[in-house]
Design a protein around this ligand. Structure first.
Ligand SMILES: [Zn+2]
Length: 364
């Protein structure tokens, strides 16, 4: 039995000073205080936070490389920062041959390395998002090619439901029960959200584009999502509240609660000594981030003042529930997979345990 002792254990609904026992890669026990006898193998958390491994459902890269370029480097960069479940995300900002190659490359990764693939496009509204020149109309031949390149491992597919052909595409996705239809880079309103389960980075790259009339608050995609009682939404919490200002983080959490999922939308991870977690493309447009989900959790907590359990759930249990894997992972609970991270309140990571195995020495 491997023990993690002297930690502030962030469980699903509470936080307490205690320990965790791990056996055969599974969380065997957790309790306040210390184990009754001194375990032969233990990790001292030194009073730091002990949280479940994070799950990132929207992540383009890490360690200076995109998943489409060098999946091993990107994967390690996020694992060493505490993200142990990941959906490498292929963006719309590439040509169709590149997109297909990227999807098939990710689809050939090991079963235990990734949870699947997130296709962010290419069927998005060109008016919403950075560098949308390769965005595509919805065409059956294209989505069938992408689907077969994905070898059944596409789990999220983001598109703009206002585009022509969206209803046929929705019907196609509905016939693939492993795929979660996601609305994003869109100006759609509530009438187009039928059949959608998830929304891509709430408030970012969505309508309304501008407030045309100062006298009224125009209704748009974000308002439709907030008013919907069932949708899940991704959200980006960066350190400065640039993607989503503090007030909107508070509003989203108050309304959506555990249907809110923190994502990195990372195109890389910060190098040591580099300030901030924002990324800009060559045109100077805000484009993805340099976040990890752990950092996003810490930012969300700092911006909104919510408790650790609620903030951590947004980076672990909520995405696990969306993906239907929450009975096996996503929180610190006896019987679940021992994916555990020891970190401080700024999300500096001290130890990562993946399936009961310490991986902190992996380079990333
Ligand atoms: Zn993205």
């Amino acid at each position: 039995m491997l023990y993690v002792v002297n930690g502030r254990i962030v469980a699903e609904n509470e936080i307490f000073d205690g320990f965790i026992g791990i056996e055969n890669g599974i969380i065997a026990e957790m309790a306040p205080g210390f184990p009754a006898f001194m375990p032969e193998e233990s990790i001292d958390a030194e009073g730091r936070l002990v949280v479940p491994g994070f799950i990132d459902i929207h992540c383009h890269g890490g360690g200076g490389r995109l998943f489409s370029q060098d999946p091993g480097v990107a994967l390690r960069a996020h694992r060493t920062r505490g993200t142990l479940g990941i959906l490498p995300t292929i963006g719309y900002n590439m040509t169709m041959p590149e997109f297909l190659l990227a999807v098939s490359g990710i689809a050939s990764m090991e079963e235990n390395e990734i949870l699947g693939i997130n296709c962010e496009g290419p069927f998005i509204n060109q008016e919403y998002g950075a560098d949308t020149r390769y965005a595509s109309d919805i065409e059956q031949g294209i989505y069938e090619d992408i689907y077969s390149a994905g070898k059944g491992r596409i789990r999220i597919w983001t598109f703009s439901p206002e585009l022509e052909g969206a209803d046929e595409f929705k019907a196609f996705l509905a016939s693939k029960e492993e795929i979660i239809p996601c609305a994003g880079h869109t100006g759609c309103k509530a009438d187009k959200l039928g059949g959608i389960r998830l929304v891509c980075h709430l408030f970012d790259a969505m309508g309304p584009k501008s407030r045309e009339c100062a006298a009224i608050h125009e209704n748009g995609t974000a308002e439709a999502v907030l008013a919907d009682g069932n949708l899940y939404a991704e959200i980006i919490a960066d350190s400065n509240g640039v993607h989503v200002p503090r007030e909107l983080l508070v509003i989203a959490y108050k309304i959506m609660g555990d249907r809110l999922i923190l994502i990195s939308d990372a195109v890389s991870t910060p190098e040591a000594g580099v300030e901030g977690d924002l990324n800009y493309n060559e045109a100077g447009e805000l484009s993805g981030s340099l976040l990890s989900v752990g950092r996003a959790v810490a930012n969300m907590k700092r911006h909104t003042g919510i408790g650790w359990s609620g903030a951590v759930r947004m980076g672990s249990l909520n995405p696990a529930r969306l993906l239907g894997i929450d009975s096996k992972t996503g929180s610190i609970k006896p019987g679940k997979k021992a994916d555990i991270v020891i970190m401080d309140e700024e999300a500096n990571v001290y130890e990562v345990i993946s399936g009961g195995r310490r991986i902190t020495d992996e380079k990333g």
